[in-house]
Write a protein that binds this ligand. Sequence first.
Ligand code: FES
Length: 101
Amino acid sequence: AKITFITSDDETITLEGTSGSVMALAVDNGIKGIDGDCGGVCSCATCHVHVLPEHVSKTGTASEIETDMLELDDDADEFSRLCCQLEITEALDGVVLRVAK
Ligand code: FES
């Protein structure tokens, strides 16, 4: 699946991934602003992204444990996801994610 990130510098980077989490793909490719400090267990929020509103049908909305983490983040909104919780499948193809501040 092709996954596009918009970084805080307004750089647009499209990556291709087949499996694993979106966080791992971003970290492996050095996407600025995605650190994945907790290793993908939903406990750090350094993998916070905003899904473009028109792409929420591809990703779904945040689970309860993501929402609990995101509550601590001032930049969170209803399109926020922790991208370690986004599993790469073809369903995500074409999604655009804006890296949170
Ligand atoms: Fe820590 Fe996603 S990598 S919450």
